[in-house]
Design a protein around this ligand. Structure first.
Ligand code: ES4
Ligand code: ZN
Length: 324
């Protein structure tokens, strides 16, 4: 099964590139940029990666990315992950990135975009890996700030596949971002949002109704509402489920208790992603292997999940045909 899963050409729809920053690279970039870290060794950093909830993780995630300052840092961050993912048999990645987390620290949008776009170009030219770009907004920051960043990103609109909504979900309902998503729609941008990870099933409904999103990131709490499940099934809205993330952030206690089998049994369009591989115990292959062990799925299940991801990935028609 491990060999099958390694060789399966996998498509990742839910990945925060800043969450792919491995401690080894974090230390190298800290040294390059003369930045002090709260850890003295790679092992000490890894030992700190135990979370009680999403906010506990976010604190370390924002701390970790403080080493990203220059264009080449963003390039190295992305290339490091792309190479690793390719070795695990990943053929496409839709990558979230968080401009506000960098703007806040005085890193210009141009620096972020230049580094990430260069890595995307190189991955597509040399690694046979296609990359989608999802510019995400931090939902625990004001909507006005998100709107401003969206306008500031005008030179990059045509290079974006979608906008997204991430960070602390509780008490930051989708409705807060209606204006931002309306503007994005007006600009012809696709929209996705995290919903139903730590937040209630209602947030999934809100994201669909008020933000007009094409995908729900996570969405596992949909099972708390028959109405939401029915809606997701009828419209075959894709859920980008991140199994090891859900265990790390205690959305579920143990992978064997994860609702993935239930979501599949409900006829929902499920996919598997890693979310923040450097923080949650591994990338796409590790997530797939963990699911095989926890749920006893056969090859056919993984083929179906991969087909779901290919159908929903931000790729050209030609690339989709190559992947199918
Ligand atoms: C995130 Cl809401 C959420 N979940 C996982 N990783 C993230 N990075 C930024 N927001
Ligand atoms: Zn996420």
């Amino acid at each position: 099964m491990h060999e099958f899963l390694r060789n399966l050409p996998k498509v990742e729809l839910h990945l925060h590139i800043e969450g792919s920053l491995e401690p080894e690279l974090m230390f190298a970039l800290a040294q390059r940029n003369g930045i002090e870290l709260p850890y003295t060794t790679v092992q000490e950093a890894k030992d700190a990666y135990h979370f009680n909830d999403l906010q506990g993780f976010l604190n370390l995630y924002f701390q970790g990315m403080s080493v990203l300052r220059k264009e080449e840092d963003f390039y190295d961050l992305a290339m490091d992950y792309f190479k690793r993912a390719r070795e695990e048999g990943v053929v496409h990645i839709d990558m979230h990135f968080d401009p506000q987390a960098h703007l806040q620290r005085g890193v210009p949008l141009e620096v972020v975009m230049a580094g990430l776009l260069k890595a995307k170009q190189e991955a597509e030219d040399n690694l046979d890996l296609s990359i989608g770009m999802i510019m995400a907004f931090l939902r625990d920051r004001p909507a006005e700030e998100a709107l401003h960043v969206l306008e500031q990103a005008a030179p990059y609109w045509k290079m974006l596949d979608s906008i997204g909504l991430d960070s602390a979900e509780k008490n930051n309902p989708p409705v807060k971002f209606v204006e931002v998503f309306k503007r994005a729609k007006q600009l012809g941008l696709v929209r996705v949002a995290h919903a139903g990870e730590e937040g209630p099933a209602d947030y999934i409904k809100e994201a669909l109704d008020l933000l007009d999103v094409q995908r729900i990131d996570h969405g596992v709490r949909c099972l708390e509402s028959d109405e939401v499940v029915e809606r997701l099934r009828r419209e075959q809205i894709v859920l980008t489920v991140c199994p090891l993330s859900n265990v790390s952030l205690k959305v579920v206690e143990d992978l064997r208790d994860h609702p993935l089998p239930k979501l599949l049994a409900e006829g929902l369009k499920v996919t598997i992603s890693s979310d923040d591989p450097a923080y949650f115990g591994g990338g796409m292959l590790t997530n797939h292997v963990a699911c095989a062990e926890a749920f006893g799925w056969d090859e056919a299940v993984f083929r179906q999940l991969t087909r779901n991801a290919i159908e929903e990935a931000f790729v050209t028609t030609q690339r989709r045909e190559e992947l199918l």
